[in-house]
Ligand binder design. Structure first.
Ligand code: C5P
Length: 233
């Protein structure tokens, strides 16, 4: 008989921050370097928004509790799998689709629904696995993993974040406009920071890093130093 692992004792590094702060890149580089598991919690909200739209469920900023509950019910029914960089829902690949701009906006709307957040909470905690977890999101350090050994809040100016997103999307050959991206980032920021449920704020014990003038390597080194000083690796 194998001893059961107590998940609560497995180390977690929580990386929170607004869209485009570089936390996604930082989290995957960190997970690669340490050989730890990676939780991209934003992908979960994106999947819910995509699948709700596909199912014809109506939602917007003024949705009723009934509409929110219908989306939470749909969330509970989804079978989600991450395989390397690929994302599957009910055996269908949605890796690229969930990155669309309309899905980004939809995700930030369904993320304001508390019944949806409640469903997603369990999915996130279930991803805590050996040897450790890098959890990327908005409320990893404040709500989902309040006992995380290291909490990082990565920020950057809205302009710097829109510039980065613009370059990423242009490199993918997409036709995007910088002012539109900046407006979308500001709209999502406002919703993420202003919502009553799990708003985007640094945990009291988070290390806050402003990545505006830093390369991803510089941020990675800073986070590794914080992890080492805590004896995490
Ligand atoms: O990180 P990403 O841009 O993929 O997240 C999409 C949206 O999901 C965010 O704008 C945010 O509203 C929501 N989100 C959240 N809590 C998380 C992760 C993402 O509310 N932990």
């Amino acid at each position: 008989m194998t001893a059961e692992i107590d998940k609560c004792t497995l180390p977690v590094i929580a990386i929170d921050g607004p869209s485009g702060s570089g936390k996604g890149t930082l989290s995957s580089l960190l997970a690669q370097r340490l050989g730890w598991n990676l939780l991209d919690s934003g992908a979960l909200y994106r999947i819910v928004a995509l699948m709700a739209a596909r199912a014809g469920l109506i939602f917007n900023q003024d949705s009723t509790m009934e509409e929110a509950l219908a989306i939470a019910k749909l969330t509970a029914s989804l079978s989600i799998r991450f395989l390397g960089q690929k994302v599957f829902v009910n055996s269908l690949e949605v890796t690229d689709e969930i990155r669309r701009e309309d899905v980004s906006i939809g995700a930030s709307i369904v993320a304001t629904f508390s019944p949806v957040r409640k469903e997603i909470l369990g999915l996130q905690r279930a991803m805590q696995d050996s040897p450790g977890l890098i959890a990327d999101g908005r409320d990893m350090g404040t709500v989902v993993f309040p006992n995380a050994e290291l909490k990082v809040f990565l920020d950057a100016s809205a302009k710097a974040r829109a510039d980065r997103r613009y370059k990423q999307l242009k490199n993918k050959g997409l036709d995007v406009k910088l002012p539109d991206l900046l407006a979308s980032i500001k709209e999502r920021d406002e919703r993420d920071r202003g919502r009553s449920e799990s708003p985007l704020i640094p945990a009291d014990d988070a290390v806050v890093i402003d990545s505006t003038g830093l390369t991803v390597e510089q941020v990675l080194e800073q986070v590794c130093l914080e992890g080492k000083s805590r004896g995490l690796f």
